[in-house]
Design a protein. Structure first.
Length: 185
């Protein structure tokens, strides 16, 4: 009987630690509503910050950027570079990526820093389109939370897409940006 008691108490300690981590991760997301409670920026503040990053994106003609543990990828004026060869990772790129160079690593670091808005973890930039003059026409910025993701879409003059009940909710931020909240459940 002693071994099962020891096993049970060890399992309970692991479960208790796991639940503490889950609560620690969930609390900021649960407390940070769209009104910016808990010191988190609102979607409008995030859009304003990303608006400042648009200039750097245009200068580099950034067309794809992924910043995940299992995939780092950049596609821009300097070329296409990836840290991983997995199919889902390189699907973001329009051409076959090369391994990162020193310059590509520096550019990746500065561009991901420009996209760090402090609201959630920047994960990917996709659906990017530029005008013939090199001005950004459209881009989707994906951010991950503990229990879901948000996409901020830059699309001046957009028409707000219809919601998909239980899956995606669309919300106007301003005349250039809208928010897509994705439910992972």
């Amino acid at each position: 009987m002693k071994p099962s008691v020891s096993f049970a108490s060890g399992a309970m300690r692991r479960l208790s630690r796991f639940l503490a981590v889950v609560v620690a991760l969930a609390m900021p997301a649960a407390c940070a509503g769209d009104d910016g409670a808990g010191g988190e920026p609102t979607p409008a503040q995030v859009a304003a910050r990303l608006g400042q990053a648009v200039e750097a994106m245009e200068r580099q003609q950034l067309s794809a950027l992924v910043n995940r543990d299992n995939c780092r990828l950049i596609e821009y004026r300097g070329g296409t570079f990836s840290s991983h060869r997995s199919e889902w990772c390189i699907d973001y790129a329009s051409s076959e990526p090369d391994p990162f160079t020193g310059t590509a690593t520096d550019d990746f670091t500065s561009l991901t820093a420009a996209l760090d808005v402090g609201r959630a973890t920047f994960a990917a930039l996709s659906d990017v389109a530029y005008s013939a003059e090199g001005k950004l026409n459209r881009a989707t910025f994906t951010y991950f939370y503990s229990f879901g993701s948000e996409l901020l879409v830059f699309d001046p003059g957009y028409r707000l897409p219809l919601d998909e009940p239980g899956e995606r909710r669309h919300e106007a931020v301003d005349e250039d940006w809208y928010l897509v909240t994705v439910d992972w459940n």
